[in-house]
Design a protein around this ligand. Sequence first.
Ligand code: ATP
Ligand code: LTN
Length: 339
Amino acid sequence: MVQFDKDKKIIFSGIQPSGEFTIGNYYGAIKNWVATQEEYNCIYSLVDLHAITVLQDPATLRKRTFEEAAILIAAGIDPEKALLFVQSHVSAHAELGWILNCYSYMGELSRMTQFKDKTAKASSNDSIRVGLFDYPVLMAADILLYQTDVVPVGIDQKQHLELARDIAQRFNQQYSPTFVVPEGYFGTSGAKINSLANPEKKMSKSDENENAFILMKDTPDRIRNKFKRAVTDSETEIRYDRENKPGISNLLEIYSCAKRVSIEEAAKEFENENYGNFKLAVAEAVIEDLKPIQDKFAELVKEKEYVNKVLKESADYASYLANKTLDKVKRKVGFYSTK
Ligand code: ATP
Ligand code: LTN
C-alpha cells in the first residue's frame, strides 16, 4: 500500500486509454513517470473519461484500460510507491469537473488549440461533442483535486495546464486559497519521438497508419518490419540534423532512448554504417529494451486479481485525497450539507 510522505511534492499525470501505447508514450512519458516515483508522491491515472470525448468501442476500451494498467506496472510503475487508478473509478473527477465548468468561460475554451485541431475537419458544430470542448476543464479538475505541485506532460498540453492554473487562481481569488496552483514540467531532456512514416510529425497512438508507430506490445518481427519501412532520405550519411534529416534523426533519438546513450554517442557509433544496417540495429535495440516489459506484461495479464487490487486500492486512496479537496470546494460555493 502506498503511504505518501508529507514532505514530498505531489505529481499528477494522466494518459488516455484511447489506443495502444507507443514507444512515443514510453520514452516521452511513462519512463519519466517511473523515474519520478522515488522523489515525489506520484499519482497516475488512466483517464477514461477523457478517452470518451471521441467515440470508443466499449469492449475495446474496457479491455485496453485493464491491459494498459498492466503495461504501466510492467514498465516499472511501482504500486508500493505510486498511485495508479482509472479516472472513472474516482467520481470526484466528474464532480469537480462539473463545478469548474461553472468557473470557466466559453472564450478561453474556444482558444484551445487541441480543440481547434481536433475539430478542424468537422463539417458543422452538430458533429462536435461538448465533451471534447470541455476536455481541458476535466483535466484541470484531475490536477486540482490532489493539490498537485507538478504536472509532467508533453509540450502539446502546455495550454491546458495554463488553463488549469487560471481556473485555480480565479477560484482562489473569488473565495479563499483552495487549490495549489500547479507547475508544468515539460521535461527538457524528455524524448520526442516522431512518426516512422512522417518523421516531421509526432508518433501518435491514434495514427491511422500502423507503420507510423511502434507499439510497446509489438512482436519482434513487427518491430523489424516497421523499422525497415521507416522513411529516411535520399542521402547516405548518418548524422543528427532534425531539420534536414528528420527520419535519420528520429531513428538516432529512438536508438539513444533504447540504449540509454546520448544522441552524439549514437551518431558516432553509426557514422560509417549504411541506412539498412542502421535501421536493423535500431530495431534490435528497441526489441531488447521492450522485452522485459513484454515478459512482465504477459505474466500480469494472467494475474487479473493482482492488477485489479492495485487499481482498487489506488482508487480508494485517491478518492480519500480527492474528497478532501472536493468537500472544501462544495462548502465554498455554498452547497448545503447535512454533516
Ligand atoms: P493520441 O494519439 O490519442 O492523441 P498520444 O499518443 O499523443 O495520444 P497522449 O495520451 O496524448 O498520447 O499522451 C500521453 C503522454 O505521452 C503525454 O505526456 C504525451 O506528451 C506523451 N507522448 C505522446 N506521444 C509522444 C511522442 N511521440 N513523443 C514523446 N512523448 C509523447
Ligand atoms: N490531456 C492529457 C491527458 C491528461 C492529463 C490530465 C495529463 C488528462 N488529465 C491531468 C496531466 C494531468 C494528454 O492527452 N496527454
